[in-house]
Design a protein around this ligand. Structure first.
Ligand code: NAD
Ligand code: MG
Length: 394
């Protein structure tokens, strides 16, 4: 029996890797829908090649363009646009890959969760923003939530099948979250002041979208992943240890009370966790090359440098404040990263801006989607005002 799949964010790095794995298994998977924000030409090529039933873009004008192009090319894909259409395709396939970048993934991913789907969670921002609410919705709907972020997918593979209900119950004492350290792991603070967007996006091990590449360079990515791990595995922040491992061959580990440490290894290629999520509890070929340990040679480990990477501290603080603080952290970071990519602020202004925004906001409980989205908007306003103030002061 084939299963239907919707890929949210199909034109991105995770989206195209997902389509690559799906195309290897036409006997197992049938593409229901693909979505993108505005890259209509790329979405057109995907539709021509993969022939989904539906394609969704953000704006009506792009959707009209795509519909005409598809008609001319004799491709029968139906075209829709806007958030309601996004939520509809998210709720109507058996498997949903959540690979939109940023807070924009929250509403459609929750739509998939509420429909009780198998949700492959690559996007981390949605869970960071809405942790408790998101996990409650998963429990209530019976959705099957499978982590795709490579570290969390690794931890999932290192835990016993039935790990819900707390780590202690299955004898796990710590989760060891590995980090490559990004492209600037060994750079001096003076050098960090000069970093350009292209340098920040040139990750040594992984090829990824620009936003997550900058997050890896500031290590905010690891901060967001710490919060993600706490929610996914019902862990306290103290139970999650960050271990810098520059080769990115061990994708993360679980430490047990008897002294065992279980690790998941592989080449740094997102098709491994994607294939794992698609087929779980079975295993399928993903096209990933076998790991050559002799070529790898060695595995190194270091403690993270908290002084050089203040984003790690900011994320830990937001998680211990709780409530709407992680949503504010995420929103401020999205604004700061966009400003850095647009060359409006230097690299080291990213953590400074995030810290200023967090200090200016009051945090309360995050018990409804409305209050989470309200904090997201408010933090973006404050961050934008901070940026303008910075520019006015020269
Ligand atoms: P990307 O920038 O390559 O692709 C993003 C996709 O989302 C595109 O299809 C884009 O059209 C769509 N999109 C962007 N903004 C949108 C909006 N406002 N509304 C609707 N669609 C929108 O990003 P990526 O690197 O593939 O990352 C996607 C997500 O997966 C991120 O949350 C990232 O943190 C996470 N992730 C990525 C990797 C990786 O290796 N790339 C690894 C782990 C986790
Ligand atoms: Mg990751």
């Amino acid at each position: 029996m084939t299963q239907t799949v919707t890929v949210l964010g199909a034109t991105g790095s995770i989206g195209t890797s997902t389509l690559d794995v799906i195309a290897r298994h036409p006997d197992r998977y049938r593409l229901h829908a693909v979505t993108a924000r505005s890259s209509r030409q790329a979405l057109f090529e995907l539709c021509r090649h993969h022939r989904p039933e539906v394609a969704v873009l953000d704006h009506a004008e792009d959707a009209r363009w795509l519909a005409e192009a598809l008609t001319r090319a004799d491709v029968p894909t139906r075209v829709a646009h806007g958030e309601a259409a996004l939520c509809e395709v998210a709720a109507s396939a058996e498997i949903v890959m959540s690979a939109i970048v940023g807070a924009a993934a929250l509403t459609p991913t929750l739509a998939a969760v509420r429909a009780g789907r198998r949700v492959l969670l690559a996007n981390k921002e949605a869970l960071v923003m809405s942790g408790a609410l998101f996990m409650r919705e998963v429990a209530e709907s019976g959705a099957v939530l499978l982590p795709i972020d490579s570290e969390h997918n690794a931890i999932f593979q290192c835990l016993p099948h039935h790990h819900r209900g707390g780590l202690e119950r299955c004898g796990v004492t710590r989760l060891l979250l590995t980090a490559s350290g990004g492209p600037f792991r060994q750079w001096a603070p003076e050098q960090l002041a000069q970093v350009t967007p292209d340098q920040a996006c040139a990750h040594p091990n992984w090829s990824m979208g620009r936003k997550i590449s900058v997050d890896s360079a500031t290590m905010m990515n690891k901060g967001l992943e710490l919060i993600e791990a706490c929610w996914l595995f019902d862990a306290s922040p103290e139970q999650v240890e960050i271990v810098v491992h520059p080769q990115s061959v061990i994708h993360s580990m679980a430490a047990y009370v008897d002294g065992s440490v279980i690790a998941q290894l592989g080449n740094p290629d997102m098709r491994t966790p994607i294939g794992h999520g698609l087929a779980w509890p079975e295993r399928i070929d993903t096209g990933v090359a076998p790991l050559d340990l002799f070529a790898t040679g060695r595995l190194d480990f270091e403690a993270p440098d908290m002084a050089r990477f203040p984003c790690l501290r900011l994320a830990r603080e937001a998680m211990s404040t709780g409530g709407t603080a992680p949503a504010a952290l995420n929103a401020a970071n999205e604004v700061a990263v966009a400003a850095f990519l647009a060359e409006r602020i230097p690299f080291m202004a990213i953590p400074t801006l995030v810290e200023r925004v967090l200090a200016r906001l009051e945090h309360g409980p995050a018990d409804s989607l409305e209050c989470i989205l309200a904090m997201d908007r408010r933090a973006r306003e404050v961050a934008t005002a901070e940026l303008e103030r910075r520019e006015q002061n020269g």
